[in-house]
Ligand binder design. Structure first.
Ligand SMILES: [Zn+2]
Length: 201
């Protein structure tokens, strides 16, 4: 807590005007759903100031029931874009890879629950690795991150409020991949009214 208290004091000193400006309400334009990885912190790496972006993070950027609820709230609040962003060198993907490809069990049941949600993406990547379409484990894990982003974009559409907003054209859903090595965000997929299916960028 001490690090947070001292950091917060620095933050308040630097941003007094911004804090006051947003105190009465918020009007964010978008929501970012991303991993909790400490190297891919959304407002920091995408340079989004206070009041501009909702963010939901968890291990592996999995769109769970509660995340769908958060997204529904955000679209009703007037956002016009949801960005599902995965990243390279993801620990959650890596643990799931070790379980699927190497049989390394995940003892903690709650971590296993996350791995189960990442499993379809990892299984597909492991299949491609075993078929010789990929050269290294790192490539397979990063491919799993990409596939997972698209799977989680589909999961968002299971919420009726979100789906209606996308189908009416008021909200777009994008998928992205953040590269831990270069710090670069790549757009990898999109879903909007014009195409009911997911389109790779
Ligand atoms: Zn991660």
């Amino acid at each position: 807590m001490e690090d947070l208290l001292s950091g917060n004091a620095r933050f308040r000193e630097k941003n007094a005007a911004e804090i006051t400006k947003h105190a009465e309400g918020q009007k964010p334009k978008q929501m970012c759903i991303c991993c909790m990885d400490s190297r891919a912190v959304p407002h920091l790496v995408f340079d989004q100031p206070l009041g501009t972006m909702f963010a939901q993070t968890n291990a592996g950027n999995v769109v769970t029931e509660t995340f769908r609820g958060g997204a529904a709230y955000a679209v009703l609040h007037g956002i016009n874009e949801i960005d599902v962003v995965g990243h390279t060198r993801c620990g959650a993907i890596s643990a799931t890879f070790d379980w699927i490809a190497k049989g390394k069990e995940i003892a903690d049941p709650d971590i296993k629950a996350i791995a189960n949600l990442l499993k379809p993406a990892v299984e597909e990547a492991v299949k491609q690795l075993k078929a010789g379409k990929l050269e290294t484990e790192e490539q397979a894990k990063d491919l799993a991150s990409r596939i997972n982003v698209k799977n989680q974009m589909r999961s968002l559409m299971r919420n009726e409020t979100v789906r209606k907003k996308v189908e009416s054209g008021e909200v777009k859903i994008y998928g992205g991949l953040y590269d831990i090595k270069s710090g670069k965000l790549e757009k990898i997929a999109e879903r909007e009214k014009a195409h009911r299916k997911l389109v790779s960028a």
